[in-house]
Ligand binder design. Structure first.
Ligand SMILES: Nc1ncnc2c1ncn2[C@@H]1O[C@H](COP(=O)(O)OP(=O)(O)O)[C@@H](O)[C@H]1O
Ligand SMILES: [Mg+2]
Length: 140
């Protein structure tokens, strides 16, 4: 499995960062202290683990002054490409979509697992309760 592109919005100190066409192999991320290199790695980790490796507080991940953070990207897998979109809210659970299908989180004690379900097809008259900036961003 390989991350092929990633986009961050309001994640840590990243207002908007996008890496297109991430090459295969070893990659160096270079920049001055405090530029956001570790935060970028954290976002990458977040996209596949659906959790931060260094904090359990969602609020810490949201850029100061912003309401929510978004991380989205695509993995190339043996079975094809998979689009993962994560909306990190200051409070409450993240919202995660895989190939545009929402994931549901189940908690059991310390552990949480995510399951995918096929949403019923929306009719043209139904309204979505979750208009997502992720879904509206320019890549779509
Ligand atoms: N939620 C946040 N909102 C705004 N800035 C943040 C947030 N979390 C961390 N930062 C800032 O991110 C910067 C550190 O980024 P980091 O990825 O650790 O840099 P480096 O490139 O040195 O690895 C610090 O300036 C810190 O204040
Ligand atoms: Mg660092």
């Amino acid at each position: 499995m390989r991350l092929t592109w990633i986009e961050l919005r309001d994640f840590r100190n990243h207002v908007h960062t996008r890496l297109d066409d991430i090459p295969e192999g070893l990659i160096a991320v270079v920049g001055p202290n405090g530029e956001g290199k570790t935060n970028l790695l954290e976002a990458m980790h977040h996209l596949y683990a659906l959790a931060s490796p260094r904090t359990s507080s969602s609020a810490a991940l949201v850029r100061e002054g912003a309401a929510e953070a978004y991380v989205r990207g695509e993995f190339a897998t043996r079975d094809g490409r998979v689009l993962v979109e994560v909306e990190v809210r200051r409070a409450g659970a993240n919202r995660v979509q895989v190939d545009r299908s929402p994931l549901r989180r189940r908690r059991s004690g310390e552990r949480s697992t995510w399951t995918r379900f096929a949403p019923a097809r929306r009719t043209s008259t139904s309204t979505s309760t979750r208009p997502s900036r992720v879904a509206n961003s320019p890549r779509t």
